[in-house]
Design a protein around this ligand. Structure first.
Ligand code: PLP
Length: 241
């Protein structure tokens, strides 16, 4: 018997299939509706050829972490008309104008000033394009209280929501978090449940339907805790360059 892996085994296509089945299995085990958890393919530091390959397999939503890299890739792949870009990394206000015209959503909003800047850029681009655009927003929460991480402290969320409600081109859809690294699934669960509890304190799924939590290593506990979207990079694309 020949035990060498088939050449298909390590392609973006095959890994994407495997991640999809992990998500479906986790949904089933958690008693969640099939296909209730969305998959955001995190393509930061991956070549555009890999993004095309995932696109060919039906993936449409891609997350990028760096403004300049996102802009470059979005422009290079502009022939993929229905691809959707999401900014998932920390966004400096002076880069908002690079990102806003290219993305459907910014998942890493953690300050009033960034909310204001995004809105301002939407208004400005409306003047030049003549088209109104509504931008999706997730508020990023620093659930672990880590000094090294971005994200708003939980106590700042009510004020951020109030500010966002006054900005009519922004739609806050939910919360996002990257919990502290841990090898313990129980510990990971506790952080995911904390994000869900925060969402419930802020009005529940009716007000904030999206909970973006879970990555390559911990999508299962995240789904068990109520994630509506997992952001998966390495498990789809392999190691980043
Ligand atoms: C890089 C990144 C991911 C994906 O991480 P993997 O471990 O490669 O799946 C998810 N979310 C954010 C915000 C990231 O920066």
């Amino acid at each position: 018997m020949d035990n060498t892996p088939s050449p298909m085994a390590d392609t973006v296509a095959s890994r994407l299939l495997e991640v999809r089945s992990r998500v479906r299995e986790a949904e089933a085990r958690a008693g969640r509706e099939p296909n209730s958890v969305k998959l955001l393919a995190v393509s930061k530091k991956q070549p555009t050829a890999a993004i095309r390959e995932a696109y060919t397999e039906g993936q449409r939503d891609f997350g990028e972490s760096y403004a300049q890299e996102l802009a470059q890739k979005a422009d290079e792949l502009s022939d993929l008309a229905d691809i959707r870009w999401h900014m998932i990394g920390h966004l400096q206000r002076n880069k908002a104008k690079v990102v806003v015209p290219r993305v459907v959503r910014v998942c890493s909003v953690d300050s009033e000033r960034l909310l204001g800047e995004l809105h301002k850029q939407l208004e400005l681009s409306e003047v030049t394009t003549g088209k109104q655009k509504i931008l999706g927003v997730l508020l990023e929460v620093n659930v672990g209280g880590e000094a090294s991480k971005s994200g708003a402290p939980p106590a700042a969320l009510p004020r951020l929501l109030e500010v966002a409600r006054g900005l009519d081109r922004l739609r806050v859809q939910g919360l996002m978090a990257i919990p502290p690294r841990t090898d313990s699934e129980t510990e990971a669960m506790a952080f995911f449940e904390r994000l869900r509890a925060l969402r419930d304190e802020l009005g529940g799924a009716e007000v904030l339907p999206e909970l973006s939590m879970g990555m390559s290593a911990d999508l299962e506990p995240a789904i068990r805790a109520g994630s509506t979207e997992v952001r998966v990079g390495t498990a789809i694309f392999g190691e980043r360059r």
